[in-house]
Design a protein around this ligand. Structure first.
Ligand SMILES: [Zn+2]
Length: 238
């Protein structure tokens, strides 16, 4: 379908071919979607309706971190970029899907575990971390997972920074351990200009240990700390 250029460490440009078919790895947003403990619940209201007003028009009330979403620097830094200023280049490009589904609920992904993938991760890649936690999404998620989701340890964030990764996505509520006071993983990644995509869906499983072409588009919400983002992947063949 389309040709995209991949820049490798030696800055040589390589052509890749992506599939016509794509897979949606973002969650459907509904009023009863699971939300991070303490976050506001979505609300959908009818402002105009077809019978009375000859048109349907709704108002949506939504936490900025609802469903699949991108975090901006503003999430943790007073003078950081709002989500409208986060470069889309970070969220469009070649990605590799790494498997952490053997980890127990509530465990952090370590730098040692990430470094076992060093030979297959390229500079400028996007990392998509499949933890398997997303498989509980439609199965009593808040009781079975709730605050015990897999996350990225601060040392693993350092590894990601050193590898010059563009952005990192995960199929759990957050890259950070629930309740972390320091929020070091967020702060390290965001201050290094690395994009964060949270709450991908379980379709990511299909691509474990494969390379895909990711397109993740947050809304341009001025000055905000995050935005829901429709996120799709294409198969890649070199
Ligand atoms: Zn977030």
């Amino acid at each position: 379908m389309t040709l995209a250029n991949r820049k490798q460490a030696n800055s040589e440009s390589i052509k890749i071919t992506i599939s016509k078919k794509f897979w949606d790895i973002s969650h459907i947003i509904s009023e009863d979607i699971p939300v991070y403990s303490g976050d506001p619940r979505p609300k959908f209201e009818s402002v105009l309706n077809l019978e009375r007003d000859k048109v349907n028009l709704s108002r949506i009330t939504l936490g900025a971190h609802t469903g699949t979403h991108v975090d901006s620097q503003k999430h943790f830094f007073k003078d950081g970029n709002g989500v409208e200023k986060e470069s889309l280049c970070k969220f469009i490009g070649e990605a590799i899907v790494l498997d952490f589904s053997k980890k127990a609920l509530g465990e952090g992904i370590t730098d040692k575990e990430l470094s076992s993938y060093s030979s297959v991760v390229n500079t400028n890649d996007i990392l998509l971390l499949y933890t398997g936690v997303s498989n509980y999404w439609h199965d009593n998620y808040m009781n079975k997972v709730g605050k015990k989701f897999t996350y990225i340890t601060p040392a693993a964030a350092d590894w990601i920074i050193n590898q010059k990764i563009k952005s990192v996505g995960i199929d759990t509520f957050s890259v950070e351990q629930y309740g972390s006071k320091e929020a070091l993983t967020h702060k390290k990644l965001l201050s290094s200009g690395i994009g964060i995509i949270e709450n991908l869906n379980s379709k990511l499983k299909k691509f474990v240990n494969k390379r895909v072409f990711l397109v993740c588009l947050p809304l341009a919400l001025e000055g905000l700390d995050a935005s829901p983002a429709r996120t799709i992947v294409f198969d890649i063949s070199d």
